[in-house]
Design a protein around this ligand. Structure first.
Ligand code: SF4
Ligand code: MG
Length: 336
């Protein structure tokens, strides 16, 4: 059926003192209800910008947006701020890496979870408070009735993260955008939060966009993956497809720089050489070319001159042939 979230040829640019930053360049993707899309990429790849744009959280003074964002049939780029207000925290919600961006220090945790519920459902103060306590229980806060009266500073980092998730989910959003929600947490709490998100998705059937730089987290959380580089998608497919037979040298680099399950602890990780390009003046042709060691296999100056296209559905945006991709991956990347 039709996608619940459909992004079509999205372009986002910012005016800065140094010129125009083209943060997102012609991005398209679809997401169905009940599924999780993992967006992976280094910082500056456009993954966060894309998602702030979906919820209209960008600064309209300095941002130019083109393309189409359809959420359940509603076009969001042209939507009025009042329509977006109705949607945020209700139909679509966001959880951030740092809970203090979402939680205010001045109000109790319970009140901050109750407020969006009152606003969007018209519930009474008492019913909303009860709902807040219930949500704190659902996200695994012990003694939620008492803890709801606490302020954020009385919570540990992991508990604040849970409280923010409770706040994001209080209206049963159909779309949840999670931007590096566990990066700041220790491994045990991280695993608990990821389990919690999976359980809540089962319960509420939400579509989740999960943004991270960590392929390991994606492997655990997502159904589909989109790999972003320098403002565009360079590869997409199901988690299985992308992790078993990746089609893009950048994805190979990401795989090589993450510890593998079952690999020797001594196996050295190979970081991707170089740094992500400036989007003030992005590289010509394939944007990954300044960091890519496979241009010789393509031949000529094709990688420098001609931007490779990302095929619809499964695939990678790279000029290497399917045979070359398979051979290089199997012979040079896979054995570790
Ligand atoms: Fe590397 Fe060329 Fe493929 Fe870009 S198109 S990833 S530069 S081989
Ligand atoms: Mg980010």
């Amino acid at each position: 059926g039709d996608a619940f979230l459909s992004v079509r040829d999205l372009h986002v640019s910012f005016k800065t003192e140094d010129g125009i930053v083209r943060a997102v360049n012609g991005l398209s993707f679809d997401l169905q209800r009940g599924r999780t899309l993992g967006i992976v990429g280094e910082s500056g790849s456009g993954k966060s910008v894309t998602n702030l744009t979906i919820l209209g959280l960008h600064n309209p003074m300095f941002t130019t947006i083109d393309g189409e964002i359809l959420l359940d049939g509603q076009e969001l780029i042209t939507a009025r701020e009042s329509e977006l207000e109705k949607l945020r925290g209700n139909k679509a919600a966001m959880i951030f890496q740092d809970p203090l961006t979402a939680l205010s220090p001045y109000y109790t945790v319970g009140r901050q979870i109750a407020e969006p519920f009152m606003k969007h459902t018209g519930a009474s103060k008492k019913a909303a408070w009860e709902r807040a306590v219930e949500m704190l229980g659902k996200v695994g806060i012990p003694h939620p009735k008492e803890r709801a009266k606490d302020y954020p500073h009385q919570f540990s980092g992991g508990m604040r993260q849970r409280a923010m998730i409770a706040m994001a989910l209080v209206c049963n959003p159909d779309l949840l955008i999670a931007d590096e929600p566990t990066t700041a947490l220790d491994v045990t709490v991280q695993a608990q939060i990821l389990d919690l998100l999976k359980d809540l998705q089962q319960e509420f059937g939400s579509a989740i966009v999960f943004i991270t730089h960590d392929l390991g987290v994606i492997a655990d959380m997502a159904d589909d993956i989109m790999v972003m580089y320098a403002g565009g998608a360079v590869e997409r497919g199901t988690v299985d497809e992308v992790l078993r037979a990746p089609q893009h040298p950048y994805t190979w680099g990401l795989l090589n720089s993450m510890p593998r399950l079952g690999s020797d602890l001594g196996t050295p990780l190979t970081p991707i050489p170089g740094t992500p390009p400036s989007l003030l003046n992005p590289p010509s042709g394939c944007r990954f070319h300044p960091r890519c060691t496979y241009q010789g296999e393509v031949g000529g100056a094709r990688c420098v001159d001609e931007p490779p296209l990302l095929p619809p559905g499964r695939g990678g945006a790279c000029h290497l042939t399917a045979e070359q991709k398979q051979t290089i991956f199997i012979e040079q990347i896979k054995p570790r």
